[in-house]
Design a binder for this molecule. Structure first.
Ligand SMILES: [Zn+2]
Length: 181
């Protein structure tokens, strides 16, 4: 079975605007700025044997203000500029009651099936509590980047930035006993 590092898209792999304490997903290619500084870090994870899988809630698809075609173009750019193996999208609104909108773990279970993953030895990286909760449900270890969105629910570790998160993940991967207790 293979291992994955799941990474939240907005705010980690691409920049977001913040309005009234909320992150606003980019809706046009002009607004879609990839965090290219993440590329060498993701390559380190790949070298350690991880598949790199971006995950994202995009309720604008269901609500009608995000076009599928534009989103696909954004993700083509994302995959050109970063070493990603997959981008998994929840297109639903909260009212759709789907199983894949984070904090639910549906995207992680979908990836397990698609990529034959060992979720217990896989990791979730994000700046938001919703991903930590999905990780808990799926049995993955969560590593959060400190942010106003990390909340106070369960998370395994919080670090100040992505380089420290990746260094810690590789440390845990090489020394799984560090996680016990
Ligand atoms: Zn969904």
């Amino acid at each position: 079975m293979r291992l994955a590092a799941f990474i939240e898209r907005d705010g980690v792999l691409n920049r977001v605007r913040v309005e009234r304490q909320h992150q606003v997903s980019p809706l046009s290619l002009d607004d879609f700025h990839v965090n290219t500084g993440a590329a060498p870090l993701l390559r380190q994870l790949r070298s350690a044997g991880f598949l790199i899988i971006a995950t994202t809630n995009q309720p604008g698809l269901s609500r009608g203000y995000q076009s599928r075609r534009l989103l696909d173009q954004m993700h083509e750019r994302l995959c050109r500029e970063l070493p990603l193996d997959d981008v998994l999208v929840c297109p639903h609104d909260e009212s759709d009651q789907c199983p894949c909108r984070k904090p639910k773990a549906g995207l992680l279970f979908e990836a397990r099936y698609k990529w034959q993953l060992d979720l217990d030895r896989s990791y979730v990286i994000s700046d938001k509590w919703q991903d930590a909760e999905a990780a808990l449900t799926a049995g993955c270890t969560s590593l959060l980047i400190d942010s106003p969105w990390r909340g106070s629910v369960h998370h395994d570790l919080v670090l100040s930035d992505l380089p420290r998160v990746v260094a810690k993940l590789l440390d845990l991967h090489q020394n799984p006993r560090l996680l016990v207790g």
